[in-house]
Design a binder for this molecule. Structure first.
Ligand code: HMG
Ligand code: MG
Length: 296
């Protein structure tokens, strides 16, 4: 049977805007975040503390954290010690580290091998946990890599296990380039739930091949009740060629509500948040539910 409730982690302000051709003004980002909070999204990835040379769209991370009202759990992405320190100084209390199961992808994304990334992250995570900080570990290319193809699920599970041993609070397991199918989603998330019953597990789907909703349903059936999603279906990783946006928050929320899985999100207010950001991004937003809203 399906869970009664599911938690949406809104990643639009981070995953959504990091890949935007147009740089969105800090003020507009802050208003977007506020509108998303008003729509009842309980948790959010606000921004990332990364090199502004690599991802210029996130160069205002400090202002975003400082300018956002505290409400629920708010994550900032950070790849290294410098990012973690800057995030904490800016007032963040939850961090998200990220690493690719696939070595080739990790090198493109973080300029380190997966093993080098893990070696560097271990003491940082242990220190953050001693300091009482909520730590989420984002596992990229958990199913497929744009450079190496299919990823062995056992490698994904092993990497997750290391993070669990180091005490992370949550794993966010990602289909970075939207290539997984629902059977693969069901299989991997069933195994992760069984292996790691004591950490939170979120599913992070990109919708490149329009399988994200089906994958989310498969993960829900496998016992997952936390989902990353992006308002308007914005998103993509600049270092993953071919990756498009995340599963759209409005489509996921609508599907869940139709199945009596409550999310606490107010769809009407969510449409308002999307209409607010739409003129500031490079392409019209055309997800299923948002298109119906625009055609009313
Ligand atoms: P590097 O060039 O190897 O390292 O980059 P570096 O130490 O030489 O740093 C380069 C410059 O950035 C230096 O500045 C540093 O000071 C600065 P310079 O001396 O040249 O003026 N720098 C920083 N500035 C601000 N904040 C920092 C920071 N660190 C260094 N934290 C590095 C290595 C990791 C920094 C770089 O590769 C990087 O920033 N990568 C980020 C890539 C990224 O953001 N990708 C998207 C997020 S992951 C994702 O989208 C996937 C996910 O959604 C899940 C999924 O779908 O799979 C999470
Ligand atoms: Mg992503």
């Amino acid at each position: 049977s399906l869970p009664k409730t599911a938690t949406i982690i809104e990643v639009g302000p981070r995953d959504g805007l990091q890949n935007e051709a147009r740089t969105v003004n800090t003020e507009d980002k802050l208003d977007f975040i506020k509108a998303l909070q008003e729509a009842g999204l309980p948790e959010m990835e606000l921004t990332s503390f990364v090199s502004p040379k690599w991802v210029p769209q996130m160069a205002d991370a400090r202002e975003i954290v400082a300018g956002t009202k505290k409400s629920g759990r708010q994550f900032v992405l950070t790849p290294n010690e410098r990012g973690i320190n800057a995030a904490l100084e800016a007032g963040a209390d939850s961090i998200a580290v990220f690493v690719g199961v696939s070595n080739s992808f990790n090198e493109k994304n973080i300029n380190k091998s997966t093993a080098q990334s893990m070696e560097a992250l271990k003491p940082l995570i242990e220190k953050a946990k001693q300091d009482g900080i909520f730590v989420r570990a984002c596992i990229s290319t958990a199913f497929y890599c744009p450079f190496e193809g299919a990823v062995d699920p056992q490698k994904t599970i092993e990497l997750c296990g290391q993070f669990v041993d180091w005490g992370v609070d949550e794993l966010s397991v990602a289909d970075t380039i939207g290539m997984a199918n629902p059977q693969e989603s069901h299989e991997l998330f069933s195994q992760l739930k069984k292996r790691f019953p004591d950490v939170l597990i979120a599913a992070h789907f990109h919708d490149t091949r329009r399988m994200a909703l089906a994958n989310a349903y498969a993960a829900l059936v496998a016992g997952i009740d936390r989902f990353d999603a992006s308002a308007g279906g914005l998103g993509g990783c600049p270092f993953a060629p071919g990756a498009t946006g995340n599963v759209a928050t409005e489509d996921l929320v609508h599907m869940f509500h139709r199945m009596s899985v409550d999310t606490g999100v107010d769809l009407e207010k969510l449409y308002e948040a999307i209409s607010f950001i739409e003129p500031h991004v490079s392409n019209p937003l055309q997800t299923g539910m948002y298109t119906l809203y625009k055609n009313r």
